[in-house]
Design a protein around this ligand. Structure first.
Ligand SMILES: [Fe+2]
Length: 430
């Protein structure tokens, strides 16, 4: 795909493509909530992320028991008897939706072979290992207006609508190397009882772009209650490890709490083409570029964190001894504080997980970071601090570079001026 051949400014807002009805003002400008932007949406944060796993059972064990994601809904691709032959030989045909907070899912896992089968007859297929990178935008209108925008910019779209489970309204655009992105609004929130929505509510799923406006979720729930749906019948996973660690005053099953997902690092063939897509089409801001062991890496952000996305030349992958069948350089998980980060290293090591040496300059904006390998050989970066930047501050302030050697970490550290700033975790830890 040549994204440069058709820029947003050229494609948007012409009478033939109906752009004027999708928030377009002409000349590549869009009305986004009364603010004039160069695209009809603004990405706010990484909402969820997923892997297509080689070793699903082992990865499920790692991400639930070791890391602490909770399964919100297991969805069986072979639930329909008509699909059973299609997935014959795959021991576990579920896609596991998991959460660390109140979003219905912030992480998903499914067997890689299922993606291969589901996309066998489709022109575009998600890259191995990265199942999806899913970004929150500001409204349902932003999602719907993005659909025509992607068509106008020559960006392949997987599909659009509203998936159940999860209830998020979405569209899936591919990047130039077929990493599947998703833009969404309105993901289901898991409340105090820890239960997902009952399956009867899946009737409000959409397999096409919805007409606007739609009824509110409150109205959906009221209608389901009036129809007699048992609102307590949704799935809930209880913690199955003993809650013996005093984690800043709360007893939990592991000595740390994941409070945020991301950033995501990608290995790509063409750093410029991929970076141009995320900057020009998706609207990410450029933070900095580095050369690391001879490979270029560009760091982009969608909010005030130093970076949300790292785009690295694939030549780095072999140099770092990383798995050859993944395009994921790293998946970041922010822990609540520095003490928990240190305790996490001890906990994961005691459970036989491998802490891997990664260059600290792959993780600018973090001060201390530990890289642990998942059962597929994908590198998960645990950290606690991320430098916060703005368009005005980034040029003047060089980023912090991560110390990735836990053996050298001090017991306590001095505060940086933006310590504990950035996205706040909502709700109780367990
Ligand atoms: Fe998703």
């Amino acid at each position: 795909m040549n994204i440069a051949a058709k820029t947003p400014a050229q494609g948007a807002g012409t009478p033939e493509n109906g752009g004027l009805e999708n928030g377009a003002l002409g000349n590549g400008q869009y009305d986004v909530g009364g603010v004039v932007l160069g695209r009809p949406f603004k990405i706010r944060r990484l909402g969820h992320f997923g892997f297509s796993a080689k070793n699903l059972a082992a990865c499920l064990e790692f991400y639930t028991k070791d890391i602490g994601f909770k399964i919100t809904d297991p969805m069986n691709f072979a639930a329909n008897p008509a699909n059973r032959d299609k997935f014959a030989g795959i021991e576990d045909t579920h896609q596991y939706f998991m959460r660390h907070g109140t979003d219905h899912h912030s992480f998903v896992l499914a067997d890689r072979r299922i993606i291969d089968i589901n996309y066998a007859d489709k022109p575009h297929k998600p890259r191995h290992s990265v199942n999806q990178m899913t970004w929150q935008v500001g409204s349902l209108r932003e999602v719907v207006n993005a659909i025509a925008y992607f068509e106008n910019t020559g960006t392949p779209i997987n599909r659009a609508g509203r998936d159940m489970p999860g209830s998020n309204w979405h569209v899936y655009p591919f990047d130039p190397e077929f990493h599947r992105n998703e833009l969404y609004y309105g993901i289901e929130q898991i409340g105090w009882n820890g239960k997902a929505k009952p399956k009867e509510l899946y009737a409000r799923g959409f397999h096409h772009a919805p007409d606007l406006p739609q009824i509110s979720e409150e109205e959906e729930i009221a209608r389901a209650e009036a129809a007699g749906v048992d609102m307590s019948s949704g799935f809930r996973q209880r913690e199955d490890m003993p809650e013996t660690y005093d984690v800043d005053g709360v007893l939990l099953a592991r000595p740390f709490k994941v409070v945020k997902i991301g950033p995501v690092g990608l290995y790509v063939d063409d750093v410029d083409a991929v970076s141009r897509f995320y900057e020009e089409v998706m609207g990410f801001s450029f933070t900095r570029e580095s050369t690391i062991q001879g490979a270029r890496c560009r760091f982009l952000r969608c909010n005030t964190e130093h970076h949300s996305l790292a785009i690295c030349d694939k030549s780095l992958r072999a140099r770092l001894g990383a798995a050859e069948d993944t395009t994921c350089m790293s998946f970041g998980l922010q822990l609540a504080n520095y003490r928990q980060l240190r305790d996490a290293v001890d906990f994961l090591t005691s459970r036989g997980r491998r802490i891997v040496d990664m260059p600290g300059d792959l993780f600018p904006g973090m001060d201390y970071a530990a890289c642990v390998e998942d059962p597929d050989g994908v590198r998960v970066i645990l950290y606690c601090y991320m430098e916060q930047v703005t368009a005005r501050s980034i040029a003047a302030q060089p980023a912090v570079v991560a110390n990735t050697q836990p053996a050298t970490w001090p017991q306590r550290i001095a505060p940086r001026e933006d310590v504990y700033d950035g996205e706040a975790y909502l709700g109780p830890w367990g």
